[in-house]
Design a protein around this ligand. Structure first.
Ligand code: HEC
Length: 476
């Protein structure tokens, strides 16, 4: 491999040298066109891709443009940002010329989508990993964004679609909509988000949903909520809202929200900072930017770290978080592992611990997405260090641990979805230490969710378009 890499350019130079020296042919030689978009491409890959994905073709191919797809409106958005949705202003970062070039580049991508699509479309359903060969099977398709997944005891898959529907998918791949799901605020990063079963589901049939809600008396405001309902046939009954994050905000991003039941039978879930980093994550009087812990009925466990503290929300378990969209219980230690979207270069893996402060936005390894600096420190006494942070950011979403021995060589690995790079990150651990990473199913789609089935298969939810696949190891 290395030898080929070295030799090929040398042969290339040789051929070029031969033909370049023949002056009579110069006109026929395709001279490499100077790439007018070179600088825009660099900026897009380094900065914009953090939120819009590496593939500009997919970004430019959007069906609906909020501000219109003319050059002027695109340049306007880049300059001013859409702060309430989480798009920063780049006015102080880039010159008018650079912004104009970026707008031209997006328009070129929009007009030539095929040219800007991933260079190598996936042609085979068989993938090679460092440890084993596997293929993918499509479990269900026709979704918008399969945000959360949970398995029923009989092996049927419950999957949320961000647009507001909950489906049951049986072994034959038949998709049935579950009735009785609460109305959700499907806007920006909001919608129907995670789904989780009560640990004693078989006796009580409780299903938990996290989702974005609209304030009853003010449509402009939204928040994160958790409801539970009992699954009877294909309907949720006795639905009750057991948590509502307050206060509400006009912003359309950073809702969280993953749910996991710990080995202690308590429900852990995340609420993002709603883009209000200076008000929310460090305040114990606000629900945002936190991991919460509740009893299964929504009441407060008496041993919660702030249960008896004045001026603190009693449901808070840990704080100083930005936007955690991955959560899983470690199969051996029972610890609550989370991933969170950080600023540029600051996406993290953490282990949530009672009463601990994870530091956002006081300490961070990242910078603002528009290149400006918001903190100079990445450590501080009383604030936890991440187990791991990604530079560049991968936009982590969804998380689970490989259990069982179905995937030889992957036992006990951590799996983390990457929205940005469209892969499933296989994270090899030594205890709590991250020692190696390998991208799986690269290029298949933006990875939104990952879950082990009861029979220990890996299921992955992908979006744009939305579908769920299952990874099947090929034994030799
Ligand atoms: C921190 C996240 C983030 C970064 C970084 C970011 N954007 Fe955005 N951008 C958003 C969000 C959120 C929206 C609004 C939702 C949407 O349209 O996707 C948006 C919208 C846009 C739109 C408007 C689309 C429309 O519908 O009208 C354009 C154009 C755009 N971004 C370009 C860029 C460019 C160019 C860069 C890099 C210089 C960039 N963005 C960096 C988050 C980001």
């Amino acid at each position: 491999m290395n030898i080929i890499k070295l030799v090929l350019p040398i042969i290339g130079c040789f051929i070029l040298y031969q033909s370049c020296n023949n002056s009579s042919q110069t006109q026929d030689i395709p001279v490499a066109e100077a790439d007018v978009f070179a600088e825009a491409k660099e900026i897009y890959a380094a900065v914009c891709s953090g939120c819009h994905g590496m593939e500009i073709g997919a970004f430019a191919d959007r069906k609906s443009w909020k501000f219109g797809d003319s050059k002027d409106s695109i340049a306007y958005v880049i300059k001013t940002g859409i702060v309430e949705d989480g798009m920063p202003s780049f006015d102080s970062t880039y010159s008018a010329d650079q912004i104009s070039l970026l707008a031209d580049y997006i328009i070129d991508a929009k007009d030539n989508v095929a040219k800007y699509r991933d260079a190598a479309p996936i042609e085979s359903d068989t993938f090679m990993s460092e440890e084993l060969t596997y293929r993918i099977d499509t479990v269900v398709s026709g979704l918008n964004s399969p945000w959360g997944m949970a398995f029923l005891p009989n092996g049927d898959l419950l999957v949320t679609d961000k647009s507001g529907e909950l489906y049951r998918v049986d072994a034959a791949g038949k998709k049935t909509e579950i009735k009785g799901v609460p109305e959700v605020r499907y806007k920006g990063q909001g919608g129907l988000l995670d789904v989780e079963l009560h640990p004693d589901f078989e006796t009580n049939q409780w299903v938990y949903l996290s989702y974005a809600i609209t304030k009853e008396d003010d449509e402009s405001l939204g928040s994160t909520a958790i409801s539970r309902g009992q699954l009877k046939g294909n309907a949720l009954v006795n639905v009750e809202r057991i948590f509502e994050a307050v206060p509400y905000f006009e912003t359309g991003h950073h809702y969280g929200s993953r749910i996991s039941f710990g080995n202690d039978g308590k429900m852990y879930f995340s609420v993002g900072d709603r883009g209000k980093r200076d008000e929310n994550p460090q305040s114990l009087e606000r629900d945002q930017g936190k991991i919460h812990r509740l009893n299964d009925d929504g009441s407060i466990p008496s041993d919660n770290p702030f249960a008896n503290q004045d001026n603190a929300k009693a449901s808070i378990y840990s704080y100083g978080h930005r936007n955690p969209q991955g959560m899983a219980v470690h199969p051996e230690t029972g610890a609550i592992w989370t991933t969170e979207h950080g600023p540029r270069g600051g996406d993290e893996i953490n282990i949530s611990l009672p009463g601990k402060n994870f530091g956002w936005p006081v300490i961070s390894y990242g910078i603002n997405y528009n290149g400006t600096i918001f903190t100079n420190i990445n450590t501080k006494e009383g604030m936890e260090q991440p187990l791991h942070y990604w530079v560049p950011s991968i936009a982590p979403c969804g998380m689970d641990f490989v259990v069982g021995d179905r995937y030889p060589g992957w036992e006990n690995n951590l799996l983390v979805g990457s929205l940005k790079y469209k892969y499933l990150d296989r994270v090899v651990l030594d205890g709590d230490k991250i020692v190696h990473e390998e991208p799986l199913i690269k290029g298949l789609g933006r990875v939104r969710s990952v879950k082990m089935s009861p029979d220990n298969y890996i299921y992955v939810g992908l979006e744009n378009p939305g579908f769920v696949v299952k990874l099947i190891p090929i034994t030799k």
